[in-house]
Design a binder for this molecule. Structure first.
Ligand code: DQA
Length: 143
């Protein structure tokens, strides 16, 4: 099984950005955590992060041609704005679990809308970096 771990804008700034909300662990720490979990669960993982909406659409389309079995996706702020990214997830038909490190449900009103949530298989919200591992488990256990 091949999983793509996809991260949107500002997630490369983990550890630097608002540590009270997103924690002190870095993007590299996140990748290490995921690699370890992938090894434990016997799945292959690839990673992509971009700050650009179109790049994320391209990465989702590439996942189709690369025969990716599942996507763990934290679209960052594009969660709340991007119909193009939601359309791409729908277009490729690859099971996708939305992840948010913070509990967006208890934050600003503009974070209450998720276009990705409308097309995702499941959403994991407010579990910190562990949420990525939970999302992997959902994809693996439902394969
Ligand atoms: C986030 C929540 C989004 O609202 C925010 O724009 C992010 C990160 C999270 O992981 O909690 O960039 O997706």
């Amino acid at each position: 099984m091949k999983l793509l771990i996809l991260n949107g804008p500002n997630l490369n700034f983990l550890g630097i950005r608002e540590p009270a909300i997103y924690g002190k662990e870095t993007y590299e720490d996140l990748l290490a955590l995921i690699r370890l979990h992938a090894e434990k669960r016997g799945v292959a993982v690839s990673f992509y992060q971009s700050n650009h909406e179109g790049d994320l659409v391209d990465a989702i389309q590439k996942a189709y041609f690369d025969k990716i079995d599942g996507i763990v996706f934290n679209p960052g702020a594009y969660t709340h704005t991007s119909i193009a990214i939601a359309d791409a997830v729908k277009a490729v038909g690859i099971p996708t679990v939305e992840v948010h490190i913070s509990n967006v449900k208890e934050r600003e009103p503009f974070r209450q809308v998720s276009y990705i949530g409308l097309v995702a298989t499941a959403s994991v919200i407010g579990e910190g970096l562990q949420g990525y591992l939970h999302a992997m488990d959902i994809l693996i256990d439902n394969a």
